[in-house]
Design a protein around this ligand. Structure first.
Ligand code: SD4
Length: 323
């Protein structure tokens, strides 16, 4: 995949997009619209973007693209951080978190869901078919089964089982920056009609306490969409993203006139002031604004995200970082 990686020079890219906004003294970038466009976290975002792009390039809806896109990652059992191939919690359970949000502010979420291949589609069904936003645990599973999802019977993949048993020998919980944290796929998209949507799905932090829920299924933390402004998604140690309402903060910073990258940087700076020792953690954000401008920013080196538009043919971009 490395050969596909492009170190997109954001300054050059942004300069090409600059129009009257700067000469009028506004910090806001203006651009001829770059839509459709889809962004997703980490290298597994490349394959997910391909599926999302099939929908976006055919003038499909962003909400359908972001669901379909991350399903690609969920069904890859070799991926140990999303879907049923994920590493389990400390008790051996693979518990999945996901959420989805559309251009109208509709949203759905599942937390701590077990034995279901596509938590993102259950989240979508919570959004589409219930008056609620979040279903958790057994209730989420029951809802999924009642709506035609199949219960997968295996507890862990053989690879995850082996990794867990090795972990049990020492049973130390210490997430490794950019390795163990390659968890979530967050995906945000702007469709040809100019509507934004987003999705987020994960097996969460490996060897977490049973019942622990991170930021990924929490609207405003792992994902937020405001169709007037932009969309954002997060990855990394969820507790720190929740503490600053991360994705909501990114969108609000775009509303205040900041570019997507600046908005992500401001959210990362807030994370950096955490009372916890975030020096040991990785947190990254991605964002798109209503004009189709995009950006990402992380605490540490090593965070990347995949971008697909008409101008950018599904490239992996290294995010700038604070430390
Ligand atoms: C969580 N945010 O459960 C997820 C994990 C993650 O990259 O995204 N890691 O806290």
């Amino acid at each position: 995949m490395t050969s596909r990686r492009t170190f997109i020079k954001f300054s050059a890219f942004s300069a090409a997009l600059l129009s009257v906004g700067k000469s009028m003294g506004s910090p806001r970038l203006h651009t001829s619209s770059e839509k459709p466009i889809v962004l997703s976290t980490w290298e597994h975002g490349l394959a997910a973007n391909e599926d999302a792009w099939k929908i976006l390039s055919a003038n499909g809806k962003a909400i359908d693209a972001v669901e379909k896109g991350v399903m690609n990652t969920e069904e890859n059992l070799k991926n140990q951080s999303v879907g049923l191939g994920g590493l389990p919690d400390r008790d051996g359970h693979v518990t999945l978190d996901a959420c989805i949000m559309d251009e109208l502010g509709n949203c759905g979420s599942v937390c701590c869901l077990e034995h279901i291949k596509h938590p993102i589609s259950v989240a979508r069904m919570v959004m589409d078919k219930t008056p609620h936003v979040i279903l958790v645990g057994d209730g989420a599973l029951k809802f999924a089964l009642n709506h035609g999802f199949t219960k997968e019977t295996f507890d862990r993949t053989p690879e995850a089982d082996k990794a867990w048993k090795e972990w049990l020998i020492k049973a130390q919980y210490k997430p490794i920056i950019n390795v163990e944290n390659h968890d979530t796929i967050g995906m945000i998209a702007l469709d040809a009609a100019g509507n934004l949507s987003g999705s987020c799905t994960t097996s969460g932090l490996a060897y977490k306490m049973h019942g622990r829920v991170g930021d990924s299924p929490i609207i405003g933390a792992g994902l937020f969409v405001d169709n007037e402004v932009g969309a954002a998604a997060a990855t990394g140690t969820g507790e720190e993203v929740i503490r600053v309402c991360g994705s909501h903060t990114v969108v609000e910073m775009m509303r205040a006139g900041h570019s997507p990258e600046e908005a992500c940087r401001i959210a990362v700076e807030r994370v950096s002031k955490s009372p916890k020792n975030v020096k040991e953690m990785q947190i990254g954000f991605i964002a798109i604004n209503k004009h189709g401008e995009f950006g990402g920013y992380a605490l540490q080196n090593g965070f990347n995200f995949a971008v697909h538009s008409n101008k950018i043919n599904n490239e992996l971009c290294d995010a700038k970082h604070l430390w």
